[in-house]
Design a protein around this ligand. Sequence first.
Ligand code: ATP
Ligand code: MG
Length: 192
Amino acid sequence: MIKNVLVVLGPPGSGKGTQGKMLAPILKYNYLSMGQYLRQFSEGESELSQQVKQTIDSGRIIRDEWMTQIFPTAIAGLPDADGIILDGFPRDLGQTPILETFLREHQTENFKVLFLEVEKEDLIKRITQRESQGGEMRADDNPEIISTRFEEYKNKTYPLKKYFEDRGVLITVNGNQPIEGTHQEILRKLGL
Ligand code: ATP
Ligand code: MG
C-alpha cells in the first residue's frame, strides 16, 4: 500500500526536482525523479538502455511502451514510506494508464498533482545557467535540444494539466518566484 502519491508536473527547468526534493523529507515520502532514473538507466548495457539514451539525448520523451517496462523497476527500488513524490511521471496522456494501474494496485487514497507554472523566458535562462553555476551537467541542455524538449512538452506533457484539472486533483503553483517562495506556496496549498 502507498497511501499518498504526489506528482510534480511542469515544463523543463521549472524546478520540479528542486521543489520535489525539498518537499519529500517534510512529508516523509520517497522522491523519484524519472529523468534522473532514466539517465542512470541509459548508462546500462542493454539494448533498451541504448534506445533510452538516444531518446534523451535527442530531447524527445521515452516511448510509452518502454515506460511500461521501466516504471515498475524504478518504483521497486524505493524503500518503504508513507508516500511518493513522482517528478516527471507521467509525461504524456499515454502514460496515465500506467499511473492509474499503479494507484489502484497500491490502494492510494490521496493523489494530487502539483503543477509548476513558469514563464518560458525564465525557463530557458534557468536551464542554460544550470551548467555555468556548477549544477547538474546534462547533454540535453544545449539550445537545439532544449527547443525539442519544449516542443515535446507543449505537445505531449502540457495536455496532462487539463487531464488532472478535470479530475479535480490539480494544484497550480507560481514557479516564477525564488526557490523559497515557491516552496512556501506549495506548503500552504498542501495545507502544511
Ligand atoms: P528539469 O529537470 O529541469 O525540470 P526536464 O523536465 O526536461 O527538466 P528531466 O525531468 O530530468 O528534465 O527529464 C529528462 C529527459 O528524460 C526527458 O527529456 C525525457 O527524454 C526523459 N523522461 C523523463 N521522464 C520521462 C517520462 N515519464 N516519460 C518519458 N520520458 C521521460
Ligand atoms: Mg528534473
